[in-house]
Design a protein. Structure first.
Length: 148
């Protein structure tokens, strides 16, 4: 154990390895070695911001979309009827999305998402992800799911 000075007055007790690391870090700082140029730091920072913004705009997975957009109206005991991926087989879900989804939902207002009709609140990209997830977890699928 070594007493490693913090500010020239106080010190902390650290292991020899930690003391070497602290001393090396101080030498690098004093000599200006290893410092990141401001331009590099700015570029890295902007890249991180871009990643966060792009991730925010990426569509959610099907299960999340189902819970957020479908389940509020189609939970157990709801007047619209309970629907889960297991309610129908894959072929029936395919037919529903092709022929009935729009007519069944265009007049339904989604108050949780800007008071838009459901068919506008759920974008085409979101609908594609949602449909794929529902069909993949239908009653006759290898991985049926209720989305509880």
């Amino acid at each position: 154990m070594v007493c490693c000075p913090l500010d020239g007055k106080a010190c902390i007790i650290v292991s020899n390895r930690a003391a070497r690391s602290i001393k090396e870090a101080r030498m690098v700082k004093r000599n200006g070695e290893g410092q990141i140029p401001h331009r590099v730091a700015w570029v890295v920072g902007m890249a991180l911001v871009a990643v966060v913004v792009l991730a925010k705009d990426a569509p959610a997975d099907g299960k999340t979309l189902f819970k957020e957009y479908c389940k509020p109206c189609h939970a157990e005991g709801s007047k619209s009827g309970e629907y889960t991926p297991m309610t129908l087989i894959g072929e029936q879900w395919e037919r529903f999305f092709e022929t009935k989804y729009v007519s069944a939902h265009q007049a339904v207002i989604d108050s949780a998402h800007g008071n838009k009709p459901v068919t506008e609140a759920i974008t085409p990209d979101m609908l594609k992800v949602l449909k794929e997830w529902i069909v993949d977890h239908a009653a006759d699928s290898e991985h049926p799911m209720t989305c509880g």
